[in-house]
Write a protein that binds this ligand. Structure first.
Ligand code: NAP
Ligand code: MN
Length: 265
């Protein structure tokens, strides 16, 4: 922490929020940090807001590997946010007293057809935006696995497993396990159509390929964390665990399972 002094703030650009963040900036400057307006120069990137704001901060700053991210919440603490905006004393003293640690989160690398890859911290989802069923051929390591018919599929990281994945009854995965989970959204299962019907977890050296079976009426939506790409002529998505990890400043006494307990039980 000692030599990480260039600090960048990521938040929604509203006058209300600017007012809330101002005292934090002043405090940080007093503690010897320099506030930078270009995230490329930042050692530390502070996201102000909930998990949603954190996902936005990561996407906007391009999954910066040489920065440390910290989530500062405006209300309840989430999965990526360990600190509260009204408790900067706690943030500063935690850092000074060595109560923090850097946790690494796995990300997904997603390649659509022959374009350059993009990254996801929570999940990549693929679904139709029309009422008709959507058909996807699923390949694991280039070997055909199943044909999916239904609303779509979700591929989540371990830290994203508590998000969209959980809502479709996927398992929660400890972020220490380098893996990705594939979950179905409303698959059709009868004597004509058959899929596995449960989520499955792939190890870090596997590659998943989702081939969109075109019938001319497909309007796939690709969800990447909290953004959506609507692509008319997409053919296939290749997804694997990325080499990029996101480093996040977390409280030592707030483990992933503490957050699960706090949020869900
Ligand atoms: P949103 O619909 O406004 O928020 C979805 C909720 O998910 C928010 O409460 C958000 O927390 C929470 N969240 C985000 N990341 C999470 C995580 N890793 N574990 C547990 N909860 C998480 O959408 P959004 O704010 O743009 O967030 C995008 C995320 O929403 C996606 O990445 C996806 O995981 C999730 N999502 C869920 C569903 C579903 O469950 N049916 C559908 C679409 C998307 P905050 O309130 O702290 O922001
Ligand atoms: Mn939200």
């Amino acid at each position: 922490m000692q030599n990480r002094k260039q600090l960048y703030f990521s938040h929604k650009q509203t006058p209300e929020l600017a007012k809330v963040v101002e005292p934090l900036k002043e405090r940080a400057e007093k503690e010897g940090f320099t506030i930078v307006s270009n995230y490329r120069q930042a050692d530390i990137i502070a996201s102000i807001g909930g998990d949603n704001a954190f996902l936005q901060a990561i996407q906007k700053t391009e999954f910066k590997e040489d920065s440390l991210y910290v989530g500062i919440s405006l209300d309840n603490l989430g999965f990526y946010t360990d600190f509260h905006i009204n408790d900067t004393d706690h943030l500063m003293s935690s850092i000074a007293n060595d109560e923090v640690e850097v946790r690494r989160y796995h990300t997904l690398e997603v390649t659509l057809d022959n374009e350059s890859p993009f990254y996801c911290l929570n999940e990549c989802s693929l679904r139709s935006n029309v009422i008709k069923t959507f058909v996807i051929d699923v390949y694991i390591d280039d070997t055909y696995f199943e044909t999916f018919r239904g609303d779509g599929m979700i591929v989540s990281t371990p830290s994203g497993s508590t998000g969209y994945n959980k809502s479709v009854r996927g398992a929660i995965v400890d972020p220490r396990i380098p893996s990705m989970q594939v979950s179905e959204i409303a698959s059709i299962n009868n004597n004509d159509y058959r899929t596995l019907g449960t989520s499955f977890i792939l190890s870090e050296d596997r590659q998943l390929k989702l081939k969109i079976v075109q019938d001319g009426n497909d309007h796939p939506i690709i969800g990447t964390d909290n953004e959506a790409l609507s692509i008319r002529h997409a053919h296939e998505l290749r997804i694997r665990l990325a080499d990029k990890n996101i480093k996040v400043l977390k409280l030592k006494n707030n483990s992933f399972w503490d957050s699960i307990q706090r949020k869900f039980l």
